[in-house]
Design a protein around this ligand. Structure first.
Ligand SMILES: Nc1ncnc2c1ncn2[C@@H]1O[C@H](COP(=O)(O)OP(=O)(O)OP(=O)(O)O)[C@@H](O)[C@H]1O
Ligand SMILES: [Mg+2]
Length: 240
């Protein structure tokens, strides 16, 4: 597939929880090798889109394709196997298990033990603090370290598209910079990224293309640099 061709295609996606229509006909494209950002206010439906992509909720309607393969409505283990992996909002690490147990639990259903051990070592090299503390409880890690663990866990699956749900949430400015450095590094290694972020300024500066979601619908989309200059985006998301 050539650079920029749509790797992930989402067409007319609808997600509902009972009567609550969280996502109302959203179409997104993420090209191979891109970082694409999705921004929008609280409750806009951003997490619901990521949940539908990864099989955590079943979309009411619409289509999700990865490299042309239809993933719509598949359960989470199948979407991970196909190449879509989520770093969830709030990280969802298991605080009363060790770092190593968190990684093993995430990885062992996906690959043979020998492959998993090597994959875990690879992540310990990427995040040395996790390697040093591998036998400590994950709950004893700082917020930034827990986010590293959430990234490491997702990367064990060697995703083609990494879905990040508010990775900088709750982190100090220095840790936000570190997390974005990690995102840049993962991207440089060839992973395509769909990023949901509250820090719109930083997210837009790192992305090639961006979408603005409001009340379950796309309000705007465009080249990230253009959106960052758009007065509507500046007023609503950039404090301008
Ligand atoms: N499990 C659920 N059951 C019922 N309603 C839900 C559920 N999850 C989300 N919603 C509702 O769906 C809508 C979209 O929520 P969602 O979490 O997708 O938004 P979001 O853009 O990720 O918001 P935030 O920025 O706060 O993370 C909201 O109205 C929310 O209350
Ligand atoms: Mg959310």
């Amino acid at each position: 597939m050539s650079a920029g061709a749509p790797l992930l295609e989402i067409d007319d996606l609808h997600v509902a929880y009972g009567q609550v229509e969280a996502v109302r006909g959203v179409s997104l494209r993420v090209g191979e090798g891109q970082i694409v950002t999705l921004i929008g206010p609280n409750g806009a439906g951003k997490t619901s889109i990521l949940s539908a992509l990864t099989g955590l909720v079943r979309p009411r309607a619409g289509r999700v394709r990865l490299s042309g393969q239809d993933l719509t409505g598949l359960p989470a283990h199948r979407t991970v196997a196909a190449g879509l992996t989520l770093v969830p909002e709030g990280r969802a690490i298991l605080g009363r298990m060790t770092i190593e147990e968190n990684l093993r639990l995430a990885g062992e259903r996906r690959q043979p033990a020998t492959g998993l051990a090597a994959a875990m070592e690879e992540q310990y090299r990427r995040f040395p603090v996790l390697g040093e503390r591998r036998r400590q409880l994950a709950g004893s890690l700082s917020g930034g370290q827990q986010q590293m663990l959430a990234f490491a866990r997702a990367l064990l699956a060697r995703p083609r598209v990494l879905l990040l749900d508010e990775p900088s949430m709750g982190l100090s400015p220095i840790l936000v910079q570190q997390i974005f450095e990690t995102i840049r590094e993962i991207h440089r290694e060839g992973t395509t990224i769909l990023l949901v972020e509250q820090n719109a300024r930083l997210a837009l500066s790192e992305s090639s293309y961006a979408y603005v979601l409001e009340q379950g619908r796309l309000a705007l989309e465009g080249v990230a640099g253009d959106l960052a200059k758009d007065p509507r985006v500046q007023a609503a998301y950039l404090g301008g």
